[in-house]
Write a protein that binds this ligand. Structure first.
Ligand code: SAH
Ligand code: SF4
Ligand code: F3S
Length: 470
């Protein structure tokens, strides 16, 4: 399951070749790359690896496409809307390429793993020179070199080698919060979801490399580390000795330092009491559990192939509430899955009320070509789905407001993340991932501070910094 390290060594050689080529082309000026990332944190983490490789090849980065020598869109296929945005934004690059013919335009990520998408790019977007899917990330240096020296277009896709490639450097976007992938792919095949088709089968990184990267991030000053995987609870499948996710996070938690550890995403079917106990007994794991339920109706959960029931979900949530008294629960939910009746939808609303989530990521079902749900009867109109979606948002807003209001008067430990839009005001997050705004100076960014919560506006808390004595 692990790739031979020689693959990476030869890729490093390609980075040197790219660097030499760009020095000649730019006559010694620093080449610039513009990277735009769509989709989930997994894509953000992949882009950070791509930036790491480009950095090794001598590139710096720009936020202005017009200044760039290399443009890359890392795409997401999870919903139609996400794909439409990518197509729209790629289309807009046509004029840029006309103005700067020397620019190299590339597309990668989940959309590019779909044959019909790659075909459409080939046929309708001739100014795109390089297209590669999620399985080819480690080959990026060789692909980039080929696209730069070859006049012809380079399209690579569906190279499902099922391997984990280590040794790719990451150039992370943030200095306070950082993503740490622990596994790739998904084996669950929820019937609505494209991810298993575009990300391939589950494969886990070795505990030793994850621990080394976690240690490095903590030493670099990262204060909020999120372990990433589509289903972190099945971490370790296929590795020697089958380490469990709980054992992995216990080992990371043993690293000394002032930091929070988070993870996403946990699949309810594999979320064990052992995992909840591990969170409760840990030193660094945040009091936050993101546990997507998708629907409150057993009938719909069966059709979605989620492999848990409403009762099983509530059981693990209630255990978490009992073991971790201040736990903050968040979730994903889909409205309008094919055949969802008013009664099914009411079940979703009642589950939301019963759990009392801090926040929800809410989605209207989007038909994905090639998934089983795409063939299911879907008689409910878009108007009806839209109306249900708005009802759901209203219910959740009420719940979030009550939850936040209940925190007024408490003191929260807050990780200060960034300046807010208002001058002099800082923005941070609690361990439960709730945003807190308070007045303070920018030197506090990247530190943990105690903040007295004075008011709540919807799902944002406002507070006052408690100055340390002495
Ligand atoms: N692996 C994660 C989720 C990855 S996708 C998990 O299982 O929880 C993120 C979210 O997008 C999903 O939880 C789901 O709520 C939503 N989603 C995925 N496919 C979708 C589709 N076809 N239509 C609408 N929402 C979808
Ligand atoms: Fe998609 Fe289900 Fe896998 Fe999550 S667990 S990525 S929703 S198939
Ligand atoms: Fe999108 Fe791919 Fe993530 S489809 S949600 S970027 S795994």
């Amino acid at each position: 399951m692990y790739a031979d390290d020689t693959t990476i060594v030869s890729q490093e050689e390609y980075l040197h070749l790219v660097a030499e080529l760009m020095t000649i082309r730019k006559r010694g000026e620093v080449p610039l790359a513009y990277i735009r990332t769509y989709g989930c944190q997994q894509n953000v983490a992949d882009s950070e690896r791509i930036k790491g490789m480009l950095h090794q090849a001598g590139f710096c980065f720009t936020d202005t496409p017009d200044d760039a020598d290399f443009i890359l869109f890392n795409t997401c296929a999870v919903r139609e809307h996400a794909e439409d945005r990518v197509f729209g934004n790629v289309g807009a690059l046509k004029n840029l390429k006309r103005r700067h013919p020397g620019i190299l335009i590339a597309l990668c990520g989940c959309m590019m793993e779909q044959e019909h998408v790659a075909d459409r790019i080939r046929d309708s977007f001739p100014f795109v020179s390089l297209v590669f899917g999620t399985h080819c990330l480690h080959e990026f240096p060789a692909l980039l070199y080929r696209a730069l020296v070859d006049g012809s277009r380079v399209f690579v896709r569906d190279n499902d080698d099922r391997l984990v490639h280590e040794g790719i450097p990451a150039l992370r976007d943030g200095r306070v919060k950082g993503w740490l992938p622990i596994m790739y792919g998904c084996d669950n095949f929820c019937t609505y979801c494209i991810v298993p088709y575009v990300r391939g089968r589950e494969r886990s990184r070795k505990p030793s490399v994850i621990l080394a990267e976690a240690r490095e991030m903590i030493a670099m000053g990262y204060k909020d580390i999120t372990l990433l995987g589509q289903n972190v609870n099945s971490y370790g499948k296929g590795l020697p000795d089958r380490p469990t996710f709980s054992s992995l996070i216990r080992q990371i938690d043993a690293i000394d330092g002032d930091y929070w550890l988070r993870f996403m995403t946990s699949h309810p079917k594999d979320c064990t009491r052992e995992l909840i106990d591990t969170i409760a007994d840990s030193r660094h794991i945040s009091l936050h559990l993101h546990l997507p339920f998708q629907s409150g109706s057993d009938r719909i959960l069966r059709l979605m192939n989620r492999r848990y029931t409403r009762d099983k979900y509530l059981d693990i949530v209630n255990y978490a509430k009992a073991r971790i008294p201040r736990v903050s629960l968040t979730s994903d939910v889909i409205v309008g899955f094919p055949g969802e009746t008013e009664e099914d939808f009411e079940d979703t609303l009642s589950l939301i009320r019963e759990v009392g989530f801090t926040s929800l990521f809410t989605f209207i079902y989007s038909k994905r070509r090639g998934t089983p749900a795409a063939k299911m009867d879907d008689p409910v109109t878009d108007e009806e789905k839209g109306a249900r979606f708005r009802r759901l948002l209203e219910v959740q807003e009420e719940i979030a407001a009550v939850r936040c209001a209940s925190m007024v008067g408490t003191t929260e430990r807050v990780l200060v993340e960034e300046p807010s839009r208002t001058a002099g005001v800082l923005c941070g997050r609690t361990s439960g991932n709730i945003i807190v705004e308070f007045t303070g100076s920018p030197e506090l960014i990247g530190t943990f501070r105690d903040v007295h919560i004075t008011s709540a506006r919807n799902w944002i808390l406002k507070g006052e910094l408690i100055e340390k004595e002495g």
